[in-house]
Design a binder for this molecule. Structure first.
Ligand code: FAD
Length: 401
């Protein structure tokens, strides 16, 4: 009987094994994960779960019983240390497991502050796993002072939750503006104003010189020389794809585990999907860090492991929740040369164009703009900028045009 082994029991790994079964794969499936809980969704870790508004079981992607009921061997608390591609064997702990096909859905690892500037002090946290958040929550108490390092989505979401928990929040971003890597200045300004209106001290163009404290963090020295006291620190400075296992096995790496359009690595028996995989996209090679990509790519890989031969053609979407604002993003804005603004705060959308071509939409509390933008992008349609900017335009009519 053919054996598929999947390393990494997160969003992509869980989607992959479920798809194999729902597509009728009758062979043996083993899903190996190094965390101690069954596959779960990460987005609530910086939102409802951090706020204490979501029970643990609701994080699970499927009930734990699902795996046994569907003939999936789920190995938790087990780290795969090596792959022997020649013998088609994975080595986890002391034992070996033979595979016919292997998928690597190892996700990513959060960047940490170096120990030399206090990154290893107690009270300094990252937000990647359930264990990270469970360690942070008891410290995130009303009235305490928290420094958030990094103004990307994770840092901003954490800042919003901490502010809602009654903490005194300072957020520093080294770049000129928050969200610089991922969004236009208009979207940055929207969220800067939103956070400031909730009392968050947002400081842009400011880095961290070092954290202070003996064993537990007590403060920080910022790049402008300011010295401030803090009770805890949350670090949201990005992630790196988890490629070390693949690299040691001799697989090609290129800003992630390099896969072709099918999701196959440089070894045709080994596949990869999710945060860790870089894939060809419109003449470039990219990696996406989102739930949509983890699920869609993993499901495609499952079908391709069964011989479908389909190329990955993603329609990216993403969301972020901060306070009472839901940001929904459709498309990828890479290469935009102008932004068309539709509406005004609080219900506003930013439409990214390259010339006349629509690339992406950021919609703040405007699900209609997001939904229409997403469908226009999927259909390859690009409405004229002035039509979009005119709030008299009923967006839905653009879908029929
Ligand atoms: P993961 O879900 O990280 O799973 C990888 C798993 O592999 C991990 O459990 C890891 O422990 C395991 N693993 C790694 N190496 C080994 C090994 N050698 N042996 C065994 N196991 C191993 N995306 C959105 O679209 N919207 C959001 O709002 C959003 N919010 C987020 C908030 C937070 C706090 C975080 C951390 C992420 C958020 N994301 C969001 C991103 C999204 O969660 C990820 O893109 C998604 O989880 C990627 O899935 P994955 O399966 O590739 O990786």
């Amino acid at each position: 009987m053919s054996h598929i082994v999947v390393v990494g029991a997160g969003q992509a790994g869980a989607a992959l094994v479920a798809k194999l079964r729902s597509e009728g794969f009758g062979g043996q499936i083993t899903l190996i994960g190094e965390e101690h809980v069954p596959p779960y969704q990460r987005p609530p870790l910086s939102k409802a779960y951090l706020m204490g508004e979501m029970a643990l079981e609701r994080l699970y992607l499927r009930p734990e019983s699902y795996y046994a009921e569907n003939g999936i061997d789920l190995h938790l608390d087990e780290t795969v240390n090596a792959i022997d591609c020649a013998d088609k064997v994975v080595i986890a702990g002391g034992h070996q497991l033979k595979y016919d096909q292997l998928a690597l859905t190892t996700g990513s690892v959060p960047r940490r502050l170096p120990g030399s500037i206090g990154g290893e002090l107690r009270g300094v946290h990252v937000v990647r796993t359930l264990a990270d958040v469970d360690a942070m929550v008891p410290e995130a108490l009303e009235g305490r002072r928290v420094l958030i390092v990094g103004g990307g989505y994770i840092g901003l979401e954490a800042a919003a939750v901490c502010a809602k928990r009654g903490m005194q929040v300072t957020l520093i971003e080294m770049a000129d503006r928050i969200l610089q890597r991922v969004a236009c200045p208009e979207t940055s300004a929207y969220f800067r104003d939103l956070h400031r209106s909730h009392g968050v001290d947002v400081r842009e163009g400011i880095g961290l010189a070092r954290l202070t404290g003996e064993s537990h963090v007590t403060g920080a020295v910022l790049s402008d020389g300011a010295e401030l006291p803090f009770d805890m620190v949350i670090v949201g400075i990005g992630i790196s794809p988890a490629t070390s296992l693949a690299e040691a096995a001799g697989l090609e790496i290129d800003n992630g585990i390099k896969v072709n359009a099918l999701g196959q690595t440089s070894d045709p028996s080994i596949w990869s999907a999710g945060d860790c995989a870089s894939f060809p996209f419109r003449g470039n090679r990219i990696r996406l860090e989102s739930v949509q990509n983890a699920i869609d790519q993993a499901e495609l890989v499952a079908r391709n492991m069964m011989g479908a031969g389909e190329a990955y053609d993603p329609h990216p979407w993403f969301w972020s929740d901060q306070y009472d604002v839901k940001l929904q993003i459709a498309g990828l804005n890479t290469g935009y040369d102008r932004v068309v603004v539709r509406g005004g705060v609080p219900l506003v959308s930013h439409w990214y164009y390259a010339g006349e071509r629509l690339l992406a939409v950021d919609a703040m509390n405007d699900p209609r703009a997001y939904m229409v933008g997403k469908r226009l992008l999927e259909a390859g349609k690009s409405p004229a900028a002035d039509v979009i900017a005119d709030t008299e335009t009923d967006l839905k009519t653009l879908l029929r045009a």
